[in-house]
Design a protein around this ligand. Structure first.
Ligand code: ADP
Ligand code: MG
Length: 342
């Protein structure tokens, strides 16, 4: 597809639909003018995202979300220079909705198409608002599907130095929350409950490689802990919910903070950024602020609306790709397991 009107200050429409949030953002020369997100409440009672329901909800949300973004940005559709979309990783059915919608729009408007990796976009969310990190920096991405430590050398050049061997940090929050009877996603619920609790219970941390993570053992230990205590007192969860939440949260957060700080020291990096949905967690933010203060590292935490899934981060990543004329063809399909080059 040809570039209709090359611009040094491109106006980009970006779509994110990798999981259960339908989002559209508009950026003007790298400045986000609109970022509309429609959450899907339909999954609340299932304890996780139901893929079939997610793609159906994307189908009904996508047109209103795109319309709202164009209206909020105060632009005309004819002002656009490119269309961007999340290519992967994510749920196939969800990705296909954004992918096909973006292609349709690009063809109709004769505009170039930009394919974005969702994981790269989470990191590039740090470039939406000041202060922005400078290269190289260490980034911890923590979401419902991923837990990764990468060194960022440039916008699209990174080294993976550690990741989870099993569950992601957000998944650990969500699965522990499910055992406690909390609605999905449980991360924000545990965060709230923990504020009125104490770290009263001790949950083990996994012994894995230095910069690797593993949260499946925590999930099992919470399960047996609850079973043991519920046998003695059927009202145990109700009575101790705040303390359990604080203890589970601390076990997850401590591991994330310790490993990130150790990696920063090892690689002599003085800038640390945290991205992804779990980076909204207030305890993670507090512990990171304190730990970075202790070693004199600069910490970058994006605004919460740019941490959880959103199209503003897709627009930001697309802006940097547009400047390199890194466009994709109409044959580019949704890739649920899209990988990156390390
Ligand atoms: N305040 C919070 N504390 C802990 N976890 C949170 C918080 N807010 C969101 N999360 C978690 O973030 C995850 C969603 O991350 P996000 O990047 O939006 O989606 P995805 O995993 O689909 O990329 C969920 O597991 C959710 O529980
Ligand atoms: Mg995400």
């Amino acid at each position: 597809m040809k570039e209709k009107k090359s611009s040094k200050s491109p106006i980009i429409l970006a779509i994110e639909s990798s999981c259960d949030d339908t989002s559209c953002a508009i950026s003007v020369n790298g400045v986000v003018r609109a970022n509309i997100v429609a959450n899907q409440t339909v999954h609340k009672n299932y304890g996780g995202v139901v893929p079939e329901l997610a793609s159906r909800a994307h189908l009904s949300h996508i047109i209103p979300v795109v319309d709202a973004a164009i209206k909020e940005a105060g632009i005309k559709i004819s002002d656009l220079n490119a269309i961007a979309f999340t290519q992967g990783p994510g749920l196939l059915g969800s990705l296909i909705v954004g992918n096909q919608f973006a292609k349709g729009l690009a063809v109709a408007l004769d505009l170039p198409l930009i394919a974005i990796n969702h994981m790269e976009a989470h990191i590039l969310a740090h470039f939406i608002d000041a202060p922005i990190p400078s290269f190289p920096f260490l980034n911890l991405t923590v979401s419902g599907g991923h837990t990764e430590l990468v060194i960022m050398h440039d916008y699209f050049q990174q080294d993976l130095i550690g990741q989870t061997l099993d569950d992601a940090a957000g998944e650990a929050f969500d699965k522990c929350g499910k055992m406690l009877g909390l609605p999905y996603p449980s991360g924000p619920e545990i965060d709230k409950l923990a504020k009125a609790g104490e770290i009263k219970f001790n949950f083990p941390t996994a012994r894995v490689g230095e910069f690797e993570f593993s949260f499946s053992g925590l999930k099992t230990s919470v399960m047996y802990f609850l079973k043991r205590n519920l046998e003695k007192d059927p009202d145990f969860i109700h009575k101790e919910i705040n303390n359990i939440a604080a203890s589970v949260q601390d076990a997850i957060v401590k591991t994330l903070v310790n490993k990130t700080l150790k990696a920063a020291k090892r690689h002599q990096l003085k800038q640390i950024a945290v991205s992804g949905g779990v980076s909204v967690n207030s305890e993670l933010r507090n512990q990171m602020i304190n730990a970075c203060g202790d070693i004199g590292a600069e910490l970058f935490l994006a605004a919460p609306k740019y941490c959880t899934d959103n199209a503003a981060m897709i627009a930001m990543a697309a802006h940097f790709k547009y400047l390199k004329s890194d466009f994709c063809s109409l044959k580019t399909s949704a890739e649920p397991r899209l990988s990156r080059q390390f």
